[in-house]
Design a protein around this ligand. Structure first.
Ligand code: PAF
Length: 281
């Protein structure tokens, strides 16, 4: 495995791989790798000749009051995991390498970035699409792998790739969960022991909601209010949002029809967790 820190060096390696006819799969991350990332890397390895992993805690997607400073950084452990998962190139740029002095250019997807996580985290998706756009131009992958846990991010990046004609296939892979159902996230480690216990209510309430939809309850308001009371009864979780949305556009829906996503964000202390489930009515 090559660990590469400069844009120039990775571009040289990519050019070589492309001229040898290799297909390139790409998994962008912010590091602190867990089993969710591992499942993306495994799929990437199965489906491509060359596996590229990037690790970059992107300052542009964190708000001024957010956790950029304390976001876990553990390059050595990540390197070990990446080697085990047969990563070919691990790209670990510095902030100066990605955003040199005088940097001025941003990518913004409209409308669908103004709701849900975009509303609670102004500027977040602008930072995500800017960095992913840059990484796609640098790595030039055939396939980009993202996790379903960050459903709005996946939908926004898919929209960006389509709207800006990036020559890449975006594949969204299923959420990997802990034994009690909590979606894997690098932020789970911020939780105290009691918050961690309480957090399992998120997936439980989403699963119950899916059962309710299957049983014929198609009113978004009724489904949302059931989830709300389930989470509130379970302990200290403070609800940021719970919505039923169109799975592609993230437009909030009043009635659950066809393929719908139920999405939520809940605070446990200073930690904000997100999760979602797809339902069919
Ligand atoms: O999901 C993440 O870890 C990040 O948002 C991403 C896609 C790597 C962009 O920084």
């Amino acid at each position: 495995m090559r660990v590469v820190r400069s844009v120039r060096s990775i571009q040289q390696l990519i050019r070589k791989a492309k001229s040898a006819g290799k297909t390139i799969g790409f998994v962008p991350t912010m590091g602190a790798l867990h089993d969710g990332h591992r499942s993306l890397l495994r799929r990437c390895h199965r489906e491509n000749d060359l596996v590229v992993l990037s690790i970059f805690v992107n300052p542009k997607q964190f708000g001024p009051e957010e956790d950029f400073g304390k976001y876990p950084r553990r390059e050595q452990a990540d390197k070990k995991l990446a080697k085990k998962e047969k990563v070919d190139i691990m790209f670990v740029p510095t902030a100066e390498e990605m955003y040199p002095e005088g940097y001025l250019t941003y990518i913004e997807v409209e409308r669908m970035t103004h709701v849900l996580c975009g509303k609670s985290r102004p500027g977040h998706f602008r930072g995500v699409t800017t960095v992913v756009g840059k990484l796609l131009n640098i790595v030039m992958p055939d396939v980009l792998y993202l996790g379903q846990k960050d459903a709005q991010q996946a939908a926004v990046v898919t929209r960006m790739a389509r709207d800006l004609n990036f020559s890449v296939i975006v594949k969204i892979c299923p959420t990997v969960r802990e034994a009690d159902g909590l979606a894997m996230s690098s932020r789970n480690e911020y939780l105290t022991v009691s918050q961690r216990k309480e957090a399992k209510v998120l997936y439980r309430s989403l699963r119950e909601a899916r059962q309710n939809v299957t049983a014929g309850n198609h009113s978004a308001m009724a489904i949302i209010s059931k989830i709300r009371s389930r989470i509130t009864r379970a302990g200290s979780g403070r609800i940021d949002y719970i919505e039923c949305v169109d799975a592609d556009t993230f437009t909030p829906l009043k009635r659950i029809q066809g393929k719908t996503m139920i999405v939520l964000a809940v605070w446990f202390g200073k930690t904000r967790l997100i999760d979602n489930i797809i339902v069919h009515a």
